[in-house]
Design a protein around this ligand. Structure first.
Ligand code: 5GP
Length: 193
């Protein structure tokens, strides 16, 4: 998505350990108008698949998933919870996820009420690095005997293994931007959908 590439070029900052910071529009401050454009683009990319639910992971996935949902007929958005909470039902589907940015493993949980057998689920997330977050969500969808209709990612870091793993698994994956860093730590954009 050209608009996203321009946005990353002008506002993205590379920080230590191969982490791209896009706090100005996606991970801290939210550019709602721009999120809308990305929501429309996800709809264009997944226009040929039936979606009954969108699944993401707290916290940064929630904004893009909610805005995108409006273009998929206002399907419900479910976000996997990372933190233990008294508010969460006891009966959950769980999966373990290793966090690239935090360097530790945590559990994600979705109440069995909100992920049902037969759901056709679009998984959306802000970043794809080694694929652990997405694989954790896929695991939860499968545990619920629902179906992964697609995976949509805002920024795929194509020098990490997540994209390759998911494509090899036959997942219907679309990323709005695919990036890597050159030897001068400048962002290079790879071809995307
Ligand atoms: P994965 O599970 O694919 O290894 O990593 C994806 C998750 O880690 C995303 O949900 C995102 O929160 C975080 N992440 C991975 N790489 C980056 C990055 O370069 N920048 C930011 N802001 N988050 C990242």
């Amino acid at each position: 998505m050209k608009l996203l590439e321009e946005k990353i070029r002008s506002e993205g900052r590379i920080s230590e350990g191969g982490v791209l910071k896009v706090d100005s529009f996606l991970n801290h401050q939210l550019d709602v108008e721009f999120l809308n454009e990305m929501g429309k683009e996800f709809k264009r990319l997944f226009s040929d698949v039936e979606i009954t639910k969108i699944l993401t992971i707290e916290a940064s996935g929630i904004a893009i998933a909610s805005i995108a949902a409006q273009y998929f007929g206002n399907v419900p958005v479910v976000f996997a919870k990372k933190t233990e909470s008294k508010n969460l039902d006891a009966d959950t589907y769980d999966s373990d996820v290793f966090s690239f940015t935090k360097g530790k493993t945590y559990k994600i949980k979705v109440s069995k009420k909100y992920m049902n057998k037969g759901d056709k689920v679009l998984i959306l997330d802000d970043f794809l690095a080694n694929g652990f977050a997405t694989l954790g969500m896929i695991d939860i969808v499968k545990k619920a005997e629902a179906e992964v209709a697609g995976v949509g990612i805002v920024i795929e870091k194509s020098f990490q293994s997540g994209g390759k793993i998911l494509r090899e698994l036959g997942v219907n994956l679309h990323s709005l931007a695919r990036i890597e860093f050159d030897e001068k730590n400048q962002i290079i954009f790879n071809e995307n959908d």
